[in-house]
Design a protein around this ligand. Structure first.
Ligand code: ZN
Length: 478
């Protein structure tokens, strides 16, 4: 493998090659570039989330002009993997976006929601700053842009090999991470047969609702792997129900609210699934539970449409109970005025709202209204990237900046890592053990600080010595 330090630009290469762009030494903005069969292909096109100015810049910079990218292979619908597709299309990308059917359907609701958030956010700041028209903040993309981008999507079934370039094919394999998530097996014929596995985000075994990740993984020459939790062991997900019930009960006892920032896809459904089970099993008394997110009800509809993604237990539960996500016990709020009304409630209750990293969306209003009250609990159920409000909550900062104002953080902060939809170090070892000794090289992405280093250690231990942690712009000829 040759590491070409800008001797030749990626666009000039004809042999199979990789160039790293987003989620290189960080966890958001997943986007990597592949040269195969004479075509230039993007792997994912995610939204970078972080400091406002950084995000504005990084989400409008692509590794090359979007019109020069021939197609896109999308691992899953999470916004940090799919959320910049509307921007890519808006700036000239005309190729196909290959994704599983569930991922495509999720993207339809998630990208529109993302466009809506960007529109609202721009409106809010423009109102707040009362700037001159020339200085107005423009949304990154709009709902219209998002819906226009959906025309590029091509629904693909799992396990079906398809050609995306001359002599280059891809196959979506179950990743067990969120509904529709896939690892992508890429097979290139020329100049010599080369197989690459892009993990996307890998999930976990025995998680609720979803099937397990494919086992064993296919043998390949090169691996591009995420490393989000390569340095961690998760709590057993079966403990999460009891812990959640205890947090809710303790907060209820002192008359407070439980605020749960949560991704709308997967995490919200898992939290609700456990809360509902805890009530049905008598682990906690019923109390009002609100899912304050128009997106979550739309996402639930997509979950209903794709039972091919469920594991056996979820299929059985669905048949017995008729509903997985608390019909009758949980109120799904879509209306803004109903969302605002929640703040006037004085009885103990639970609010689950997005965004998961507290960067935008209705969760910001609930945090603004609740972080300064010591009766309340902020229950963190997901990973928080650096420089997000969510990370500052996890760090239990004394003060939090929300909508430009400082609020003291007096609410209790509880962190439940067991909900993670990401593989941990033990899962990675289990999945990579059969394939690592035969790898010619591995690239570790989607991790920051000690995480990619830990993944390098895992792969070295398992017999792969050629492991790289690429930086944005690094090019590798395969
Ligand atoms: Zn993901």
């Amino acid at each position: 493998m040759i590491f070409s330090k800008k001797k030749k630009s990626f666009e000039e290469l004809d042999s199979p090659a990789l160039m790293f762009h987003g989620a290189a030494n960080t966890v958001t903005g997943s986007m990597h570039m592949l040269k195969a069969g004479g075509k230039t292909v993007a792997l994912d096109c995610g939204l970078f989330q972080g400091r406002r100015q950084d995000a504005a810049t990084r989400n409008t910079e692509f590794p090359m002009h979007p019109s020069k990218i021939d197609s896109l292979l999308l691992s899953h619908a999470h916004i940090d993997h799919s959320g910049n597709i509307p921007q890519l299309v808006k700036r000239g990308f005309t190729g196909r976006v290959y994704a599983t059917s569930a991922t495509s359907d999720l993207c339809e609701v998630m990208l529109a929601d993302s466009g809506h958030i960007h529109e609202e956010d721009a409106r809010y700041w423009n109102r707040k700053r009362a700037q001159t028209p020339e200085e107005e903040i423009q949304p990154l993309y709009t709902v219209e842009d998002a819906l226009a981008a959906m025309k590029n999507f091509q629904h693909m079934p799992y396990d079906q090999t398809f050609a995306f370039a001359d002599g280059a094919t891809a196959t979506f394999l179950e990743a067990g991470h969120i509904l529709g998530s896939a690892c992508i097996l890429i097979e290139i014929d020329k100049p010599k047969p080369t197989r690459i596995l892009f993990t996307g985000d890998l999930g976990r075994f025995d998680m609720p609702i979803l099937r397990d990740p494919i086992e064993p993984l296919p043998e390949v020459d090169y691996l591009i792997t995420e490393s989000t939790y390569a340095n961690r062991r998760h709590n057993n997900p079966t403990d999460m129900k009891g812990k959640l019930a205890r947090i809710v009960d303790q907060t209820r006892d002192i008359g407070g609210r439980v605020i749960i920032p949560s991704f709308s896809v997967g995490r919200t459904q898992n939290v609700i699934y456990y809360l509902v089970q805890a009530i049905r099993e008598g682990l906690m008394q019923p109390l009002p539970i609100y899912v304050d997110s128009p997106l979550s009800s739309n996402v639930t509809a997509v979950f209903k449409k794709h039972p091919e993604c469920y594991d056996e237990k979820a299929n059985d539960f669905w048949k017995e109970e008729g509903a997985l996500f608390g019909d009758g016990l949980v109120k799904y709020i879509t209306d803004v005025s109903e969302s605002k009304d929640l703040n006037r409630r004085t009885d103990p209750h639970v609010i689950v709202a997005s965004s998961g990293m507290c960067e935008f969306g209705r969760i910001l209003h609930h945090l603004k209204n609740n972080v300064w009250n010591e009766q309340n609990t902020i229950c963190v159920v997901g990973f928080m990237a650096q420089h997000t409000l969510g990370r500052r909550i996890v760090e239990r900062r004394k003060e939090l900046k929300i909508f430009g104002r400082m609020y003291p953080l007096l609410a209790r902060v509880e962190i439940l890592n067991g909900f993670s939809a990401h593989a941990d170090s033990a899962d990675f070892r289990r999945m990579f053990a059969p394939i690592a000794p035969k790898l010619r090289g591995a690239f570790v992405v989607h991790g920051e600080g000690p995480q990619p280093v830990a993944m390098t250690g895992i792969l070295n231990d398992l017999g792969c010595s050629n492991v790289h942690i690429p930086n944005p712009g690094d090019v590798f000829e395969l």
